[in-house]
Every structure is written in structure tokens, then in C-alpha cells.
Design a protein around this ligand. Structure first.
Ligand SMILES: C[S@@+](CC[C@H](N)C(=O)[O-])C[C@H]1O[C@@H](n2cnc3c(N)ncnc32)[C@H](O)[C@@H]1O
Length: 278
């Protein structure tokens, strides 16, 4: 089967708008090539005549699985362990100290974290390692929820086996302690794996995000960059609802919530910006 003919501008707009409406991911006008690259193979595999048939199938087809497949194809899933390590420093030291203090004064002994765009799992397993390394948390119930819109990354995340690219930033001692290396495939230890519960959540779907309430900390890093302001506002307001009062939200270091929300206030800790629910 040959590569489909170039996508018409009209079809580009139809598919682009469909993706935006369903996921918040905004593909700008000058990125028609991006959709051609990501979807060309799918059009061939489905035996369709061209991108316009694919657009029709998305819009009027009854196969929900195709939408799921579309998310797998158009999302960018780049991630690795201990990415933006300064966040994990602040999380493990400063935020944990505050949260443990609040726990002590209110008599609860639990901590709930949501990793809201977890991709293939490196970020939530990093969070699990950081929590596991805190002796002060012994005896605490530690809940880590990790979610993504893409089924295929969630499958990899649940599998929890990584190559050398993903593990390159992991401190040697943790690599030895929490991974088994077989021919340069690094499997996460069962103790860390069992701390993370994966689920499919679309950050723009209020029904999906209702699954998480009372989170102490949310990590939503390197995903809002793919959204426009309107979609960012919606996702941030749904995450606001998922946080407990005074809870914290991390976004990526290149991202900002300036002009997106006033309900979450930026707090600077050791040069790291983290947003706090007031
Ligand atoms: C670049 S990765 C970031 C992974 C990780 N947070 C990090 O910083 O390393 C972005 C992830 O966001 C997910 N994503 C995109 N749109 C989403 C949405 N509407 N709801 C949930 N996840 C979404 C993608 O599937 C992808 O896995």
C-alpha cells in the first residue's frame, strides 16, 4: 500500500480540530506535516484511500478504539527518570517536610500523589523511589496515581522495563537498589512497581479527573505546552479540584501558569516554582 497523497488543508483543519476538541492538544497551522507523518501509516494500515477518509472515520465512525489509537499517534511521550531533578529535591525535602508536619497536626498518616501525564512511567516510578527513600514516611499510607491519555504508554508503564536512555539520570545507588539489569533492560523492582497505580485519564475530561480527589501533590509536567490557553485553563481547573487545600502542583520548568489561573499561587522554593492551592 503506498503513502497517502498529501493532506488537504481542509482535512488538516478537520483532524486538527477533532484532536483539539478531544484532548486539548493544539496543532498549529504550520504543522500539517506533523499530522501527515504521524497518521500516514495508520491511513495505510486501515486500507483507506486518503486522510479525508480517515477524518470522516474519526468524526462519524462508531469505533471508540480509533480515537484511542489517534491519541497514541499524536501524543509526544518523551520522558526519563529524574527529569528536571530539582523538582524531586524540593518535593522530597521541602514539600514532604510540610506535608508530614500537616499530617502530624491533623492526625492523618497518608500521602496522595497524582502524576497526571505519566507517559511510559519513568516519572511516577521516580516519585515512588523518592518516597521510598524517606524514613520519615515509614508507617504512612503512600498512594501514587499515574495517568495518561494514551493507552500504549500506559501499557509500557505497567510493564516497567526500561532501556539505557530512560535510566541515564538515575543515581547509581538507586539503580542498584531498585532495578534488575538484564542485557541492558532495567526492570523496576516489585517494591517500587507496586506503589504506583496506573489509569487512563484525559486531563480535559471532568468525569475522568473526578477519580482523583484530595491529592497532596500533582505532577503535570511537560504536557500543558501542547495545549492552548483555553485547554490549559480547563485542565488546571480540573486539577485544582483534585488537590486538597494547600496542595501543590508542579508543571514543567519551561511551563508557567501565569495568566492561566489565580486560584493556584506560585511559591518559590530553592529557585523552583511550585503552585499551591489557596
Ligand atoms: C512529553 S510527555 C511528559 C511526560 C512526563 N510528565 C515528563 O515530564 O517527563 C506528555 C504526556 O502527556 C500526555 N497527554 C497529552 N494530552 C493529554 C491529555 N489531554 N490528558 C492526559 N494526558 C495527556 C501524552 O500522552 C504524553 O504521554
Amino acid at each position: 500500500m503506498s503513502t497517502p497523497a498529501p493532506m488537504s488543508v481542509e482535512t488538516f483543519k478537520q483532524i486538527r480540530d477533532f484532536i483539539y476538541e478531544k484532548s486539548g492538544i493544539f496543532v498549529p497551522d504550520n504543522k500539517k506535516y506533523f499530522l501527515e507523518n504521524r497518521l500516514g501509516r495508520r491511513v495505510q494500515d486501515k486500507g483507506l484511500k486518503g486522510y479525508d477518509d480517515y477524518a470522516y472515520m474519526l468524526k462519524f465512525g462508531t469505533d471508540k478504539a480509533e480515537i484511542s489509537k489517534l491519541f497514541d499517534l499524536v501524543t509526544t511521550n518523551e520522558t526519563f527518570f529524574f527529569r528536571e531533578p530539582q523538582h524531586f529535591e524540593v518535593f522530597g525535602k521541602d514539600l514532604m517536610a510540610r506535608i508530614i508536619q500537616e499530617n502530624t497536626s491533623s492526625g492523618r498518616k497518608d500521602i496522595k500523589i497524582w502524576c497526571a501525564a505519566s507517559s511510559t512511567g519513568e516519572e511516577p516510578y521516580t516519585i515512588a523511589i523518592v518516597l521510598q527513600e524517606k524514613p520519615e514516611l515509614v508507617g504512612f499510607r503512600k498512594e501514587i496515581y499515574a495517568s495518561d491519555i494514551s493507552e500504549s504508554v500506559l501499557t509500557s508503564a505497567r510493564n516497567a522495563v526500561y532501556g539505557s536512555y530512560a535510566i541515564r539520570n538515575i543515581p547509581e545507588a538507586y539503580l542498584k537498589k531498585y532495578f534488575t539489569n538484564t542485557n541492558n533492560n532495567y526492570a523496576v523492582s516489585p517494591s517500587i512497581k507496586s506503589m504506583v497505580k496506573f489509569m487512563k485519564i484525559n486531563l480535559l475530561d471532568d468525569k475522568d479527573t473526578k477519580a482523583i480527589r484530595g491529592a497532596d501533590v500533582i505532577f503535570c509536567r511537560n504536557v500543558l505546552i501542547y495545549f492552548d490557553d483555553k485547554a490549559k485553563q480547563k485542565a488546571v481547573s480540573l486539577m485544582y479540584d483534585a488537590l486538597r487545600p494547600k496542595g501543590y502542583l508542579f508543571v514543567g520548568t519551561s511551563e508557567s501558569l501565569h495568566n492561566i489561573t489565580r486560584a493556584l499561587k506560585p511559591v518559590v522554593i530553592n529557585k523552583v516554582v511550585v503552585y499551591q492551592k489557596t
